[in-house]
Design a binder for this molecule. Structure first.
Ligand SMILES: [Zn+2]
Length: 300
């Protein structure tokens, strides 16, 4: 059911990553542009996967093509996005001209040479660690080179947390509480807890609340088409959890919108997501926070 679908997103992401795996800063009071003013809300999707196999995603049936991705960006007024590559890098497509930044996906060991070259060239603008899918804690010494690279190049590190979309995932590794270790030991590195640690949203919210360098993305707490799921399910498993998280944080700069495309239709997930966030904070949550955390330069 619905909660199972949550996991899907993670797993799917991971499968995407395997087959093709499949994500900081300080809030400023103003941004250089004015998304949403005088027009539709300009959105940054802080969590997507862009392995365009041409197939239909197995749960959502969304067509995994560049055409579909760009169409959904346009439909949802997405002006920039983050895409997580697989540890193998398979399926990488340079989408910088569309405002899409890639995170370098890691396996157990960090290929320092490849990741550093990518960060230098602009191929990558962030690093993604697949906790749970990879049976290794965030604070494992194997990931130390990644945190050092993140600090050197001033890029964020995104962690898959929470449910895994695969029975082969091991959940003790994807508990968001483990990110606290990294946050304390690497205070200069911006860390993003993907999926708000779902279903361990309290741990994720506390780690982000307590550590100035930790942020949350609210992608794929549910997957599918929010406009087609029963409203009660969307309220129970997406809206109320997100609203609680946002309130607990007491800081509108901490939470970012993300869809986990192709596990969600971007526009319908964004519309549902808005219901959890007070309107006066939409610009922060749907745009400005991701621009700061990822140092994005939206294309429009
Ligand atoms: Zn994902």
């Amino acid at each position: 059911m619905i909660k199972g679908t949550t996991v899907l997103l993670l797993i799917n992401a991971f499968l995407l990553s395997l087959g093709s795996i499949g994500c900081s800063t300080n809030p400023s009071k103003s941004s250089s542009n004015d998304p949403g003013e005088g027009g539709p809300l300009a959105i940054i999707d802080a969590h997507t996967h862009t392995r365009f196999t041409g197939e239909a995603e197995r749960t959502t049936k969304i067509s995994m093509t560049l055409k579909q991705y760009l169409q959904e960006m346009q439909d949802a007024h997405v002006v920039g996005a983050i895409s997580h590559t697989s540890p193998t890098g398979e399926g990488y497509v340079d989408l910088r001209s569309h405002g899409v930044m890639h995170c370098a996906g890691l396996d157990r060991k960090v290929n320092v040479k490849e990741v550093e070259a990518g960060l230098k060239s602009g191929k990558y603008g962030c690093i993604k660690i697949y906790l749970g899918y990879v049976h290794q804690f965030a604070y494992d010494k194997n990931y130390e080179p990644a945190y050092q690279l993140a600090e050197k190049y001033d890029v964020p590190v995104v962690f898959h947390t929470g449910d895994t979309y695969s029975t082969e995932g091991k959940l003790k590794y994807s508990d968001p509480l483990t990110i606290d270790e990294v946050a304390v030991d690497h205070p200069k590195v911006r860390l993003v807890i993907a999926h708000c640690g779902n279903p361990w949203i309290e741990s994720a919210a506390e780690v982000a609340y307590k550590n100035p360098n930790v942020y949350l993305d609210g992608s794929a707490l549910l997957i599918g088409d929010m406009a087609k799921l029963p409203k009660e399910d969307v309220d129970t498993y997406l809206i109320r959890p997100l609203a609680w998280i946002f309130g607990y944080l007491e800081d509108p700069s901490k939470l970012m919108f993300g869809s986990d495309w192709p596990l969600n239709n971007i526009a319908s997930y964004a519309e549902a997501f808005k219901r959890a966030i007070p309107k006066e904070h939409w610009k922060a949550v749907f745009h400005d926070n991701a621009v700061r955390v990822f140092k994005l330069k939206p294309v429009r």
